[in-house]
Every structure is written in structure tokens, then in C-alpha cells.
Design a protein around this ligand. Structure first.
Ligand SMILES: Cc1cc2nc3c(=O)[nH]c(=O)nc-3n(C[C@H](O)[C@H](O)[C@H](O)COP(=O)(O)O)c2cc1C
Length: 320
């Protein structure tokens, strides 16, 4: 059972496209993320043998426990993709029933499935039956303000055999607007029929909030997304707080060092030309709220080679 390999309270890195690549996941693991997910991988692309999608699904042994997340809108390719992913031997296969982006949800995949719950349940059931690997689901509260049946959905998904559910406290319609509503996540957890781990997700952006939501909603785990972008240190801070220890914040040298390590690992694995644009999403996050960083950020945005980035990062370390 998946439950047996997860810590009693699981602090996880939420899957994020173009962010939670293996290089970044490994850094977050080192800082204390208990569970990792790959970026979402398109079932259609896996079925068509698209090499880049197979790369996205690959991971290193130190990343365990890890789930490969797949998305799609039709049972055939999703089942096929899940079966193909078994050869990677992930600890779980996660179905993305939560993405609100038009190119996914507009076609009925991701959170688009929340408009057709029977289909969501039957595809999930077919995937569970088709693989030996534990299957999990990441989803949202419901389709829109008028329909938030997550308590019922979670029960039905558990009944067809999923082994963990992660819930982002927003609806499909909300995208990322408004605040995540954790009260319904708490209701799912309170439901006496639920026996699988229930993870909450959405808007965790401080150690205090993590502790407060863990205690208030009683969830078995929390996934951190945006606040962990360029901030792997957050996992260490949370772990320290959870253990009742003094929280240590990263020094500037540590930030520079980890950012550099991230860049070099990306360049090594996917090549400089692909790594440089992806890394541009991270710089402002690694050095968030650092006084005087802005001119360096502007320079980093213009970089084309890792040598240029390394030289600017050195200046950041020396001067800020
Ligand atoms: C850039 C970005 C990419 C994302 N990609 C995925 C994804 O591939 N799969 C997924 O389930 N959720 C994805 N999400 C959603 C996050 O995992 C998470 O559910 C959401 O951001 C709410 O959590 P947070 O408030 O901690 O960020 C993505 C979010 C962002 C911001």
C-alpha cells in the first residue's frame, strides 16, 4: 500500500510543469520534500512514443517516493499511458484531474473532467484495474461555485481503488483566482468513510500557515506549489518547524549556491539552450525580496549562456 511508504504527515512538492523537473525535484528532496511528482505528462504523447514525454517521466532512485503524473481526456490513451509508465516503476501513478488550463481542461482533461463525474470515476477505475502500481488522483473541489462535490468524489474514487487523493482548494472555474478554500478539504478528511491519505493543497506560503492548516484540517499531507518555486529552503523551514526546532533561513551564499547547482544540473541534462529559458522563471524566486536584486534580475533575463549566468550570480553573491 502506498500509505505504508509515506510518512504520517507528508510534506510534498506539488507538480508544476516546467518547474518540477528532476533537477529541481532532487534539490527539494534534499531540503526535505517527502513526496515528489513529475511534471504532468500527456497520455497522448506517451502513446505516440514522444521521447520528450518519456524524459519527463524519468527520475532518479533518490527521488522515491515519487509519482508519475499523467493527463488526458480519454480512457484508451490514459490506460495505455499508465501501463507504459509502470516500466519506470514509480511508487505511484497520479492522474491529473485538476489542471484548469484551456489546452487541457477545454478538451475535458484535467479539471475539465469535473463536468462529467461518472466519466472521471470510470476512467480512474479502468486505470486502477489496468496497473499494479498504486494509482492516486490530484483534483480540485469541483467544476464551479455551484458544484463542489469533492466529498462525494473522494469517496467514489476511493471506492474504485485509488490510494491517495490530493485536493487543491479551488474549482476549475476559479483557475488560480481568489483564495483556496480548505474547509471542503477538511470535510473530505473528516468523512469517516475515508481511509486513504488526503492531501491538501493551495496557497501555503508560510511556515505558520502550513502548521495552522495541518492542525486545523487534519490532513495527512500538504503539497506546496508556487511558494516552493526557487525556494527549496521552504521544505527545510517547514520540517524544522514540524519537529519543533528553530527555523533557519537560507543565507545569500546558500541561495546563490543552490541556484547555480540547479542551473548546472539543467544544462547537463537538457542542454544549455533549453535550460537557460527555463531557469529564467526561477531567478526572481530564488532572490525574492532581496534588496538591490532588480538590476541583476534584468541582466539575468538577457542571458544566453550558463557562463553569463554564473558570472552574474557571482556578482549577486559578492555584492548583495
Ligand atoms: C507553473 C505551474 C505549473 C503547474 N503544473 C501542474 C502540473 O503539471 N500538474 C498539476 O497537477 N498541477 C500543476 N500546477 C498546480 C500546482 O501543482 C498546485 O496545485 C497549485 O499551484 C496550487 O498550489 P500552490 O498554491 O501551493 O501553488 C501548476 C501550477 C503552476 C503555478
Amino acid at each position: 500500500m502506498l500509505k505504508d511508504i509515506l510518512p504520517p504527515f507528508t510534506l510534498g512538492l506539488s507538480p508544476m510543469d516546467d518547474v518540477t523537473t528532476k533537477e529541481y525535484r532532487q534539490i527539494c528532496r534534499r531540503f526535505g520534500a517527502d513526496v515528489l511528482y513529475t511534471e504532468f505528462v500527456a497520455s497522448d504523447a506517451l502513446v505516440r512514443d514522444v521521447e520528450k514525454s518519456y524524459d519527463k517521466a524519468s527520475f532518479a532512485p533518490m527521488e522515491r517516493p515519487i509519482g508519475i503524473q499523467i493527463f488526458g481526456n480519454e480512457q484508451g490513451p490514459l490506460v495505455d499511458a499508465a501501463q507504459r509508465m509502470e516500466s519506470f516503476q514509480p511508487d505511484f501513478i497520479d492522474i491529473n484531474w485538476g489542471c484548469p488550463m484551456k489546452k487541457v481542461a477545454g478538451k475535458g482533461g484535467g479539471s475539465g473532467i469535473l463536468a462529467d463525474i461518472p466519466k472521471m470515476i470510470s476512467i480512474t477505475s479502468a486505470i486502477v484495474k489496468a496497473v499494479k502500481t498504486p494509482v492516486t488522483v490530484k483534483t480540485r473541489l469541483g467544476y464551479d461555485e455551484k458544484s463542489k462535490p469533492i466529498v462525494e468524489i473522494a469517496e467514489r474514487l476511493q471506492d474504485v481503488g485509488i490510494q491517495m487523493i490530493a485536493i487543491h482548494g479551488r474549482t476549475k472555474q476559479q483557475m488560480y483566482r481568489g483564495d483556496a478554500d480548505w474547509t471542503l478539504i477538511g470535510k473530505v478528511k473528516e468523512n469517516p468513510r475515508m481511509t486513504i491519505p488526503v492531501f491538501g493543497n493551495g496557497d501555503i506560503n508560510s511556515v505558520e500557515k502550513l502548521l495552522e492548516y495541518k492542525n486545523r484540517y487534519g490532513v495527512d499531507g500538504i503539497l506546496v506549489g508556487r511558494h516552493a518555486v526557487g525556494n527549496p529552503f521552504f521544505f527545510r523551514e517547514c520540517k524544522q518547524a514540524l519537529n519543533g526546532e528553530q527555523v533557519t533561513l537560507p543565507t545569500m551564499q546558500e541561495k546563490v549556491g543552490v541556484c547555480k547547482e540547479h542551473l548546472l544540473a539543467m544544462c547537463e541534462n537538457i542542454g544549455e539552450s533549453r535550460a537557460i529559458p527555463i531557469m529564467k522563471k526561477f531567478y526572481a524566486r530564488y532572490f525574492l525580496a532581496v534588496p538591490g536584486f532588480k538590476p541583476y534580475k534584468l541582466k539575468l533575463m538577457e542571458t544566453k549562456t550558463s557562463e553569463q549566468v554564473l558570472s552574474i550570480l557571482k556578482d549577486v553573491g559578492d555584492n548583495l
